[in-house]
Design a protein around this ligand. Structure first.
Ligand code: GTP
Ligand code: MG
Length: 209
């Protein structure tokens, strides 16, 4: 999707303002009051969710990112001005933590994705080097069933050549085209170079207004 200059500017202004960590949620009964729209960042472990939250907000260490998969183990809420909350979710598909721990955080993430009325959109992050995996399809199915709109955001685009990235976008578009709750626009990003971050900000600003 092509954004107008006004929309890009609205996105820039939204994230140039105050963004604060609000709370880490470990159970469905400690979610914040549902007084603002929410946009969540979901995806496989290590795909770059926390890094993307940092890139969006232009703050290096707002969300804790790590080379170690399985870093984020709570639903981390960030408040964007007075208009929006973004939620950095734990990753799925990570197998190197104690089973009970993984079950707790994946169960919580799934309950949240299925049942949060304030959730306006899920940004479903896919590593552009790897494409859509089986676990991503399972999450898509959950969101299709719950009628929660999700939008694919490709991450780590700096790792690919332009033609490879085009290929990945085309293949991903093919996977999502018949999925009922998938938003058709795919945004390719790099938290490293900042590519696509302005588009993602603009997309989110539309949801906040
Ligand atoms: P979990 O919380 O464990 O699910 O991981 P996450 O999805 O939050 O990933 P995180 O942001 O912690 O990043 C994982 C690794 O990928 C880190 O080493 C990051 O530096 C790296 N990374 C994230 N985004 C990018 C990117 O755009 N480009 C490159 N080259 N590396 C990235
Ligand atoms: Mg994380």
């Amino acid at each position: 999707m092509k954004f107008t200059d006004d929309q890009l500017e609205a996105g820039r202004i939204l994230f140039a303002g105050e963004v604060n960590f609000e709370r880490g949620v470990v159970s469905m009964d400690s979610l914040p009051a549902g007084d603002l729209p929410e946009v969540a960042f979901a995806g496989r472990s290590n795909v770059g969710k926390s890094s993307l939250v940092n890139a969006l907000t232009g703050r290096k260490a707002l969300a804790r990112a790590s080379v170690e998969p399985g870093r984020t183990r709570e639903l981390n809420y960030f408040r964007v001005g007075e208009v929006l909350r973004i939620v950095d979710l734990p990753g799925y598909g990570y197998a190197k933590a104690p089973k009970a721990e993984i079950a707790r955080w994946t169960g919580l993430t799934r309950d949240f994705l299925r049942g949060r009325a304030e959730l306006k959109r899920v940004m479903l992050l896919i590593d552009s080097r790897h494409g859509v995996k089986e676990t991503d399809l399972e999450v898509m199915k959950t969101l299709d069933t719950a009628a929660v709109i999700y939008q694919v955001v490709l991450t780590k685009s700096d790792k690919l050549k332009p033609t490879e990235l085009e290929d990945c976008i085309a293949r991903t578009a093919d996977v999502i085209k018949k999925r009922p709750a998938a938003h058709p626009d795919i945004i390719a990003t790099s938290s490293e170079t900042g590519a696509g971050i302005d588009m993602l900000r603009a997309e989110i600003a539309v949801l906040a207004s």
